[in-house]
Design a protein around this ligand. Structure first.
Ligand SMILES: [Zn+2]
Length: 459
């Protein structure tokens, strides 16, 4: 077998986010094929053969690619609506519009969401898609194809809702699937698209939406299905006080106890938000290895509260970051969540000791990899891991006067991405996507957002 072609990156600061938080003020990273071959101080080793490209990254910080652990791509078409609502009121306002989605809309919304994240340094994306109106085509396939076009690594969390209003749920009956349809379609999606191999570009998780939109039976059987297929489990949990009240009224217990009773705690589970957790809830997550997708901007936008991230980390709970859907985080970017995670948590009880800049970077990289069950493949710059890496430009007006590159990245303005690689393949150059036409995507998202508004208005 021929040796893999190498890409040599030199003269940049490097934050490896390895177990010791090793950093280099000026160092090198060598990529060979889809893997990282070496990382270290100073120039790359001499005598390397098959060097296809040499990048002088002076003025840059190299980090692992960002890992997004919670998102709803379809919401790209309903941004900026219901702007002054809490979660339940916001959902009730938007469900009727979302129920009118079709395959073209879902495809274009996915392209927009993916493009926005990828050009901001995301190398592993996820989409929790749970709106499957009847007769709307192959929505999961459309989303997965959009991720392949963009070039990011991708997890589709195949969502579902079967608890409509007539069963005490929040969504209208016409927006939900039947229990059997949801389970059968989820299983088919896993069998068709999930790749469990090292370096997989597409994975699928089983992801009923939330306690207030899913029957207990679907939660239980969804967990059994995921474990029988060997895939991960994802859902929303403990997002708001209203959800907590809902769980007490309907199930006679809080969300974490409800999840445990339905098989939804475990090291193969990660949950979005986890804002309203008491000490015993946090202990249950730590004991079972259940992961958390922290979404600080969305939690602030919907006035949900502040997740106890410092307490979760101290207890040993894996925590990653999530954009969440862009109807509750209109920016659609993940690198801004590094800063927001730090700022929001410092407004909580731990104040200035809540999170450091380096912990925030870890949440967005290694923490995300842990939560997705892929810490052995991605999330840190270490030899043998996949070559998912971002070069952030820090020598322009926005950052040049900040000496500490990690502080510049996390606390400063959103840093431009000079280059982003996924498995050694470049997907961003000088802030532009290489495999997707951004202007064409922008035009299509505008047209589809208008079409959705028009159809929903006629309903
Ligand atoms: Zn969400």
């Amino acid at each position: 077998m021929a040796a893999a072609e190498r890409i040599v990156i030199e003269n940049c600061a490097i934050a490896t986010v390895d177990a010791d938080d090793t950093e280099y003020a000026s160092g090198h990273v060598v990529l060979a094929g889809d893997r990282i071959e070496s990382v270290g101080a100073g120039p790359a080793p001499e005598g390397l053969t098959d060097v296809g490209r040499r990048i002088d990254a002076t003025g840059h910080l190299a980090t692992p690619g960002l890992v997004n652990t919670h998102h709803h791509f379809y919401q790209w078409l309903t941004r900026g609506l219901a702007t002054d609502h809490n979660l339940f009121d916001w959902l009730v306002a938007l469900y009727p519009t979302w129920a009118r989605l079709d395959e073209d809309m879902v495809r274009v919304a996915a392209q927009g969401s993916l493009a926005m994240m990828a050009r901001g340094g995301v190398t592993t994306a996820m989409d929790h898609h749970y709106v499957y109106p009847r007769g709307t085509g192959d929505l999961s396939g459309a989303i997965i194809r959009a991720a392949r076009e963009t070039g990011v690594r991708f997890t589709l969390a195949r969502g579902s809702m079967d608890r409509g209003e007539s069963d005490g749920g929040l969504p209208p009956d016409f927006a939900v699937e039947s229990l059997d349809d949801a389970l059968a379609a989820t299983e088919a999606t896993v069998r068709e698209h999930h790749d469990s191999s090292f370096g997989a570009m597409t994975q699928v998780a089983v992801a009923p939406c939330s306690p207030f939109s899913v029957s207990t039976e679907l939660m239980r059987r969804g967990a059994e299905l995921a474990r029988s297929l060997g895939v991960r489990l994802h859902t929303h949990g403990s997002e708001t006080v209203e959800e907590e009240k809902f769980c007490h009224e309907l199930f006679g217990m809080g969300p974490t106890d409800y999840f445990e009773s339905t098989g939804w705690l475990g090291e193969d589970v990660w949950m979005a938000h986890c804002v309203h957790m008491n000490d015993s809830d946090i202990a249950a997550f730590a004991r079972t290895g259940t992961g958390v997708a922290h979404c600080p901007s969305s939690n602030a936008r919907l006035a949900a509260g502040i997740a106890r991230v410092p307490d979760l980390l101290r207890a040993g709970v894996p925590v990653g970051l999530g954009v969440d859907g862009t109807a509750s985080n209109e920016s659609g970017e993940l690198h801004t969540e590094l800063r927001n995670a730090l700022l929001v948590n410092r407004l909580g009880p731990h104040r200035e000791s809540a999170l450091t800049a380096r912990q925030a970077l870890r949440l967005g990289t290694y923490g995300g990899a842990q939560v997705l069950g892929r810490a052995g493949e991605i999330g840190s710059l270490e030899p043998g891991k996949l070559a998912d890496l971002v070069l952030w430009r820090l020598d322009t007006l926005a950052h040049a006067s900040i000496a500490d590159p990690v502080a510049a990245l996390v606390l400063g303005a959103a840093a431009p991405v000079t280059a982003s690689f996924v498995g050694g393949r470049q997907i961003v150059a000088d802030g532009r996507l290489l495999h997707v036409d951004e202007e064409a995507v922008a035009r299509a998202t505008r047209a589809e957002a208008r079409r959705l508004a028009r159809i929903a208005g006629q309903a």
